[in-house]
Design a protein around this ligand. Structure first.
Ligand code: AMP
Length: 220
């Protein structure tokens, strides 16, 4: 299966792609994680992206498109994948379509639209924490680390994501409505968009997602 996860920040995209990886071996390419990795590694691309991310804005299309298509190119042709957070603009979507055709990949099967209202997202993101070393994501209520404040994988300290401050989150909503939401219409005309509620508990949301995938015969 080839999926795109669309939806505002905090609607469950990252958590659900992790579950799809664990339970169905679907590789997740998360654009935000890939950018944060480049920032932690002091890569020039990370340095360029950092200021946009801190400001709650999108990084330039050519930067993220280059990174994501490069990662896609490293997957086997029949590998199932989720694109989590990419594309986020129409130009990125067009570049992705052109790349899939050029490299003789099948088109994306479905766009999952994680629906969520903004007040609930603000509340939810208050509890989000991230490992400052390996980037693993936690939630103080819904995805609690085994030891308080410490990463289960590498033992390092957890921190609030720099772009999870309420002001920055509000800016990210505005950016989402202006630049990313129009993609629903773009993919809607191809009849590929399927909604999944964003305000469910993790397991209930996963079941809702799997129901959609079953209906489309993407999982048994
Ligand atoms: P995320 O972890 O998906 O919430 O992304 C965090 C930040 O990374 C976003 O607020 C953007 O600044 C940047 N970013 C991630 N994906 C993209 C994308 N497809 N296009 C532009 N910027 C992106």
């Amino acid at each position: 299966m080839r999926l795109i996860f669309l939806g505002p920040p905090g609607a469950g995209k990252g958590t659900q792609s992790l579950l799809l990886l664990q339970r169905h071996g679907v590789i997740s390419l998360a654009s935000g994680d890939i950018l944060r990795e480049a920032i932690r590694g002091n890569e020039p691309i990370g340095k360029e992206a950092d200021r946009f991310m801190k400001a709650g804005q999108l990084v330039p299309d050519d930067l993220i498109t280059g990174l994501m298509l490069d990662r896609l190119g490293k997957l086997a042709k029949n590998q199932s994948f989720v694109l989590d957070g990419f594309p986020r603009t129409k130009d990125q979507a067009l570049a992705l379509d052109a790349w899939l055709i050029e490299h003789r990949h099948k088109p994306v099967d479905l766009i999952i639209d994680f629906e969520m209202d903004e007040d609930k997202i603000l509340k939810r993101l208050e509890g989000r924490r991230i490992c400052r070393t390996c980037g693993a994501s936690y939630h103080m209520k819904n995805l609690v680390p085994k030891k308080p404040g410490q990463c289960d994988h590498c033992g390092e300290l957890l921190q609030v994501r720099p772009d999870d401050q309420p002001e920055t989150i509000r800016r990210r909503f505005v950016v989402y409505h202006r630049q990313t939401e129009p993609l629903l219409e773009f993919y809607g005309s191809q009849k590929k968009v399927r909604p999944v509620p964003g305000d469910l508990e993790i397991e209930a949301q996963y079941q809702a997602l799997v129901e959609v995938l079953k209906k489309e015969r993407l999982v048994a």
